[in-house]
Design a protein around this ligand. Sequence first.
Ligand SMILES: [Cu+2]
Length: 148
Amino acid sequence: MKTPLRLALLSALLTTGLAQAAELIPIDVHRDANCGCCKQWIRHLESHGFKVNDHVETDMSAVKQRLGVAPRLGSCHTAVIDGKFVEGHVPAEHVLALRKRDDLLGIAAPGMPMGSPGMEMDGHGDAYQVIGLTRDGKDVVVADYPAH
Ligand SMILES: [Cu+2]
């Protein structure tokens, strides 16, 4: 390959990379039609630089099964980013961090913990954890939030 063409390709790649860094991060969210807290979590993502593709589903348990969400990790909505699942009310910072964790199939905030993003309630918060599911099926604690 001749040098000028190579340089042109390189600069095209660099420009694309920079443009993407400034753009919103796409994420797919699957939820039931009448899930209010799911919509609140979508707003949380949108205020943290995500572009949400909202999918209203009739059978969420089928969606979770298809995406490999272990039943013990289950919550309301299920999101997908870079082929990995995000189950329930996971804070946006962990969704961002998940993109670099190729050892994980996904992360979850099991149940519907009060005080997690989209589950705010008069300043009260339950203790909860964000759990990662490894490729060999083990749970690892990604974050630990104390009650407040
Ligand atoms: Cu919820």
